[in-house]
Every structure is written in C-alpha cells, then in structure tokens.
Design a protein around this ligand. Structure first.
Ligand code: PLP
Length: 388
C-alpha cells in the first residue's frame, strides 16, 4: 500500500543530504570538539559551520547560537535560565512574574508551572476565536514584576502566527525579557530575530528535515541567562556537555537547505494545503477550519468534522495509508479536548473532533487528491456507525 505522510508538525523525514552529512560526521569527524588536536578541530569545524548556518537562517550571529537537545530543552533553558538570572539580580522590585499564552506547547506550559512551584506567579494570556494573542491583552497583564514573556511564533496544532514584534515591544517597554518558541515557524516562514525583536528563540531540527534530538536556543548578545545544564565550558559556558556533533552537522545542513528553499517551498506547500482544505470543505459536510483566517504557517490546516470522533478518523485514515494527527491528546483511553481549541472558545464538539493535516517537503498534488477522494467515504462510514 502506498502511504502519504501528512504529519510534518509532529516530525519530518530527514533530507538525504542531512543523512549524508550525519554519516560523514560519525565516520570522519568523531573527535571531541573541545580537543586541541587535528581530530578535535575537525569536529569543531562541523559545529562552526552549523552555527553559521543557523545564524543565517534566523538573522542572528553565530556566537548567539547555543546547541541543545531539541525544542523542549531550549524552552526549559530559556525560561529556567532567565528566571534564575532574574532571581539573583539585585532589584528594588523583584521580577518573579512570567507571562505566556494559553496555547503554548507543553514544553512551555509545564516549565511555567515549574516556575510557579518555586515562587513565581504566572499569567496565561487568552487568544481570540482564531487563535491569536492580542497585544492589548499583554499590555493589560504586564506589570513591574513581570520578568519574562514567552509567546510562541506559530502554533503546532492550528498554525496561527502571533504578532511577535508588537508583543516583544510591549515586553521591552516594561523591562521584561521576551522569548519565543519558534519550533513550528522556522523554515516555514521567514524568521528574523532582529525584525521580531526577541531576546531568546527556540528551534528544533527535526521539524525541518533535520534529525531528532538536536535544537538551538538563540540568545541575543547581552541577555542574562544562568546555565541550566551545568558542566564543562561548552557552548561558551552556556550549556555543559560534549556536543552532539553528528546531530549538529545534520541541523546545519537542514538549516542551509531551509534557507535556500524557503520562498519556493512555502508557496508550493501553501498551494497544496489550500487544495486540501478546499477539497475537504467542499466534499465533506459538517467541516470547519480552526484558526483561519488568521495568518497561518503555509503547511498546516486543522479541521473539525462534526459527529466524528477524531481518534477514530485518524485510525481509519491510517488504515487507508494516510498519516494525520488529532488536535487532542488521547491518554489511557480518555479523549482530552485540545487545550488550544478550548482556549479559542470553540464548542465541545469541535474541540474533540479535529484533525491536523500538516504538509511538508515530500507531499505531492497526487497525494492530496487521493486523500480528498478517500475522505468523504471514510467520514460517512464513521458517521453511520455513530448514529446507529
Ligand atoms: N514547541 C513546539 C511548538 C513544538 O511543536 C514542539 C514539538 O512538537 C516542541 C516545542 C518540542 O520540540 P522537541 O520535540 O524538539 O523537544
């Protein structure tokens, strides 16, 4: 059976050039980048090249790039590292208040919860019905005690893109640090740390055809952060531990490819996404797009199907050879409604019946058409079972 992969927001297949670079690094550049001899310096050259590639992709400087084990670690390092720095700063009014949005990834939400366990207060900003955080709500929530504001760039479930430059400007007016989780926007839309005005930015290689287990925290020069991974003097004292040279080699190649392909690929993917969305809405009744018409990354659409349980639809589509995902997490047989769709104020039947289709490099028009052809029958069958 042929299989089509529409779950690129979960992870992406590594590009063949990424795999080649990783294999080369494993075989030939096995030295420890901290070693002074030839082997060490070869490995260090791999890190330097990847650091430049990432810096160019996000518009920063190589020295501002810190390699991590992925998006989750970068989010942790940003919030915990900034919090620890603020805790140790001498200030008339202690800054122990963190603001984030109600639609963040768990890597942020659970780290904010961890901060509250050590005495911080937190505010979760609401979103509107299309999943956007309004700068006005940040302006109302921010106080003299706010030390950190963290708002994601693009949402992983619905793809909406936040007005980061406006949000970052408000944070800075009040003396707070601004972090963004850009795991779902990097390589999908232009990301420029200077234009956005952010202080800290998280990215993860496996979301743009790089390997899993490697990511970056971009740290604007001068931003105060205490290292959360204590150890040796790696990464300019910001993250201890011998670097994952093969993973970073793969990340570097993925970053170069992303930068080269960004414009053309974004247009191609947007056309495919729109074809899929239009195809579904016009052939399957009782469907609605979640998150539109807000600005969205070009690869994502999240669609609610009335009177269909999302998990059953996911399984039925998998049996037909189409990999998609639900907007909600299924834990031990209990369907948890998506916290993102709930925050948007959608009615219960839409928060539990939504499917995320996320497209990427390998997808073709033929795959989209095959899915649009199959879907009406699959949905009709599931609906008939529900009604019985
Ligand atoms: N942040 C967002 C928005 C994500 O979508 C993900 C992954 O799904 C992460 C963070 C975590 O990244 P990683 O899988 O590299 O830890």
């Amino acid at each position: 059976m042929s299989r089509a992969y529409f779950d690129h927001n979960a992870t992406t297949p590594p590009d063949p050039m990424v795999i080649e670079a990783m294999a080369r690094a494993l075989k030939e550049d096995f030295g420890n980048p901290s070693s002074v001899h030839h082997f060490g310096q070869r490995a260090k050259a791999v890190l330097d090249e990847a650091r430049s590639a990432v810096a160019e992709l996000v518009g920063g400087e190589p020295a501002e790039v810190v390699f991590t084990s992925g998006g989750t670690e970068s989010d942790n390092m940003a919030l915990r590292g900034a919090a620890e720095a603020l805790e140790s700063a001498a200030a008339a009014v202690p800054r122990r208040h963190v603001i984030t949005s109600s639609i963040e990834h768990e890597a942020i939400l659970n780290t904010v919860k961890a901060l509250t366990r050590r005495g911080w207060t937190s505010t979760l900003l609401p979103v509107d019905a299309t999943g956007i955080v309004s700068p006005g709500s940040l302006a109302s929530a921010i106080t003299r005690e706010t030390g950190i504001v963290s708002v994601m760039h693009a949402n992983n479930e619905i793809g909406t893109v936040q007005p980061l430059a406006d949000l970052a400007a408000i944070a800075h007016e009040h003396g707070a640090i601004f972090h963004t989780d850009a795991v779902q926007s990097v390589a999908k839309i232009p990301v420029d740390v200077r234009a956005l005005g952010v202080d800290l930015l998280t990215l993860s290689a496996h979301k743009f055809n790089g390997p899993k287990g490697v990511g970056v925290l971009w740290i604007r020069r001068g931003t105060r952060l205490v290292s959360t991974m204590t150890g040796g003097k790696h990464e300019r004292n910001r993250r201890g531990g011998t670097e994952n040279v093969p993973g970073i080699a793969g990340l570097g190649v993925a970053a170069r490819l992303a930068r080269k392909k960004l414009d053309g690929e974004a247009q191609r993917i947007a056309a495919l996404r729109d074809r899929l969305e239009h195809g579904i809405l016009s052939t399957v009744g009782g469907t609605a797009v979640n998150g539109a018409p807000s600005p969205r990354v070009p690869n994502t659409t999240n669609i609610s199907f009335d009177a269909v349980e999302a998990e059953s639809l996911l399984i039925a589509l998998d049996l037909e050879g189409f990999a998609v995902s639900t907007g909600s997490a299924c834990s031990s047989g209990t369907l948890e409604p998506s916290h993102v769709l709930r925050a948007m104020g959608l009615p219960a039947h839409r928060t539990q019946n939504s499917i995320r289709f996320s497209l990427g490099a390998g997808n073709t028009e033929a795959e989209v058409d095959a899915l649009v052809t199959k879907l009406p029958g699959v949905v009709a069958k599931l609906r008939s079972l529900v009604r019985r």
